[in-house]
Write a protein that binds this ligand. Structure first.
Ligand code: HAM
Length: 405
């Protein structure tokens, strides 16, 4: 039997109900915040991700589904959504137009990671990207939007916050950090030895316990911010406090993608095991110019839909639509006609097999229908359909000619 690939799951209808509920809640909230939907391709030129997510990142270094297509192009399945949205923004010259552009998107992303609970090779994100706002209020807006989405879904969280500095303060900090890492000599792991020259701040989120013990004494980013970054970070904290959004400062939160500067954040859940990050994002003011666009400030985030699935508190399901059935083979044809009329304004599910009334009532229950409508010998003789309202518990015999004309 052919099976789906490891780390790539089917979403069957029961789960899809949750999935769809999530999308409808998140999209409604994104629209309320003034964001517009954008769809970008799943497949992009590999160089897009190398230049944005960064060659030294694990995503680009180890996890891309990369191949050469029949036209000899080096392409890969998108590992994340930001790069494609920035590419589209620049390609369609929206950067030259100026002004504010706010997008939201959702869809599958692909990372060749070691699959485990909450970590898939094909997973789905809901993301937003905001271009053209240089104010830290937009960073706060991102966090407020995630908080609103999680609240609508009944999901609790912890918010981790950090500032990654900018081109004014980052270089000096990086130098300090490299000196510190060098002072650790051979005591650090091979990955950190490599990161020391490729992207030193990534050592801070090394998962090796021994390294982490050493890095307790490492210089901290937020003690080394320039005036502008410090003031933005203070403003962000004040806005969150005013909106009663709790946060923890996590000086080791560096994010796994290279494009961030200034604000970085992650929402985590304590109820889903080790892969606890349910959303992540931050500011990336330099990315648009790195991808050949006009320098434009930008900030965004993405939620991991699979990780949210088991946390979503679904609203109580309500009975809806019609279940229709025949009690006699001759009754099937008027049943189909009635169903066709109902579908102009409501849901109608037909059982083709002639069954007893009891069996049809069971069938209506199974699909959570509001109405059970059946035609048997008696109804045929009277050219009518028998309808039971399963909420109000009322029954009526309706002439077929009057039925939803
Ligand atoms: P990210 O932190 O790499 O950020 O991913 C965002 C979320 O996607 C994570 O918090 C997690 O919930 C989910 N996720 C990531 N990898 C997996 C996986 N292998 N299996 C299941 N879920 C996963 C980004 O992708 C950035 N593009 C976010 C962003 C948008 N920053 C600015 N704008």
């Amino acid at each position: 039997m052919i099976q789906s690939l490891r780390g790539m799951n089917d979403i069957l209808s029961e789960d899809y109900e949750r999935f769809e509920y999530f999308l409808s809640q998140a999209s409604t909230i994104a629209k309320r915040y003034g964001f517009h939907y954008i769809e970008t391709p799943l497949l992009e030129e590999t160089s897009l991700f190398k230049r944005s997510v960064g060659e030294s990142s694990d995503i680009v270094g180890k996890e891309m589904y990369q191949f050469t297509d029949k036209g000899d192009n080096d392409v890969c399945l998108r590992p994340e959504g930001t790069a494609g949205v920035v590419r589209a923004f620049v390609q369609h010259k929206l950067d030259k137009k100026g002004g504010i552009h706010r997008f939201y998107y959702h869809g599958p992303m692909f990372r060749y990671e070691r699959p485990q609970k909450g970590r898939l090779r094909e997973f789905h994100q809901f993301g937003v990207e905001s271009f053209g706002v240089d104010s830290v209020y937009e960073d706060a807006l991102m966090i407020m939007m995630i908080a609103d989405i999680l609240k609508a879904l009944g999901i609790g969280y912890r918010l981790k916050l950090n500032s990654l500095g900018d081109q004014h303060c980052m270089p000096a900090y990086r130098q300090k950090l490299v000196s510190f890492i060098e002072s650790c000599g051979d005591a650090i792991c091979a990955d950190c030895q490599r990161r020391k020259s490729t992207n030193p701040i990534r050592v801070l989120d090394c998962k090796n316990e021994h390294c982490q013990n050493l890095y307790v004494n490492a210089p901290k980013l937020i003690d080394n911010l320039c005036e502008g970054c410090q003031s933005d970070f203070d403003t962000l904290k004040t806005i969150l406090e005013q909106h009663n959004i709790g946060y923890e400062i996590d000086t080791n939160l560096v994010r796994g993608l290279d494009y961030y500067s200034k604000t970085a954040f992650e929402f985590v859940s304590d109820n889903i095991g080790s892969q606890s990050a349910i959303a992540g994002g931050g500011r990336y003011d330099r990315l648009i110019e790195f991808l050949d666009g006009k320098p434009t400030p930008a900030v965004g985030f993405a939620l991991g839909i699979e990780r949210l699935m088991e946390l979503i508190v679904m609203p109580e399901s309500v009975r809806e639509g019609y279940y229709l059935g025949a009690m006699d083979a001759l009754a099937l044809s008027p049943v189909l006609l009635a169903a066709e009329k109902i579908r102009r304004s409501d849901k109608a599910v037909v059982e083709y097999e002639p069954r007893s009334l009891k069996a049809h009532l069971k069938g209506a229950d199974r699909i959570n229908a509001r109405y059970c409508a059946v035609i048997g010998e008696n109804e045929l003789a009277q050219n009518s359909i028998w309808v039971k309202d399963l909420v109000e518990k009322t029954e009526s015999l309706i002439p077929l000619n009057d039925f939803f004309v």
